[in-house]
Design a protein around this ligand. Sequence first.
Ligand code: SF4
Ligand code: SF4
Length: 375
Amino acid sequence: MSELKLKDLYDGFRDPATIRMLSAQIGEAAKALHEPLRIMEVCGGHTHTIMKYGLPQLLPDNIDFIHGPGCPVCIMPKERIDHAIALARMDDTILVTLGDMIRVPGSQSSLAVERAAGRDIRPLYTPMDALKIAKEHPDKRVIFFAIGFETTTPMTAALLHAAIAQKVTNLYFHINHVLVPPAIDAIMSDGRAKINAFIGPSHVSVITGAKIYAPLPEKYGTPVVVCGFEPVDVMQGILMAVRQQAEGRAELEIEYSRSVTMEGNVKAQQLIDTYLRARSHFRWRGIGDIPDSALELKPEFAHLDAEKVFAEVLPTEPIDDHKLCICGTILKGLAKPMECKVFGTACTPNTPLGSCMVSSEGACNAYYRYAGVLG
Ligand code: SF4
Ligand code: SF4
């Protein structure tokens, strides 16, 4: 028997014939819509699938995508990037973090610039590497700048658990984990975005369960479909949302039943609850303060909390975005990247003015890469 390759597993979920068939079914179902379907894909991962596979071109005119605030890099306010920079500038310190965070500009600098200037800043492949670095450098303070939605939070909780169990005392945590449902709630209660359906990211719900979206259909009358990231998943999820709207239903449904349940990963949820709790508020870049929309360390772990231990070096003032950048308006579902005056000119992935262009998950970045801007 020949060896199974990863490609064999996802090929079916990218199959052009299946995508075309779903496109036809969506077109048929959409004829029964009473109003246009304005569907928010909350997660930047979905935005990339939508743009990369040209899904908008496969949908009828009465279906439009609105891009959501689902990228932890895009929504990180400048003052918290300044925190990371201030921490990295301390003597005898190694700052470690994940993803594109290193490239995102703060108010005056970025972690990339600081690293080039000689600060010890290291990207991590997995949070557990922070523990290894802390053990290898007992004479240094290692600070983990933790980012991500519900998907990556269990890894931070597991790192906390391991550091405490192994009595590693030189590892500190700057927690920036944010939560999807309060952000959706903030956008919907604002009322301007006119969204009437959602597709939610499957990986968040693998951890939390689909149940986190349960209040939305009832509160706002919007269907929510938890979807996988392959193009067939997204098209299937759209079809489910269209059918709900056309039949006058607003329900929570799971497209990605391969791994998502209503309850999610209860063990991961318990691990998170052991160490972290909801913050009273968190300022989302471009959106503003959203109550209970992020996590922080529980008070009993204050000795590991970089925000408390190194409070004296951390700036406290909120800092707004570049005045030409409309990332906030995009994240609120009120504009598309091309409506930004500097999109593709002053602002490109190589010269990003805002986080939606820096982050490889960002909406501006996806439009730039896949919407023909590159020629
Ligand atoms: S980090 Fe996860 S939830 Fe956020 S945009 Fe990327 S894939 Fe989506
Ligand atoms: S194109 Fe650049 S400046 Fe404009 S909204 Fe996007 S990130 Fe901001």
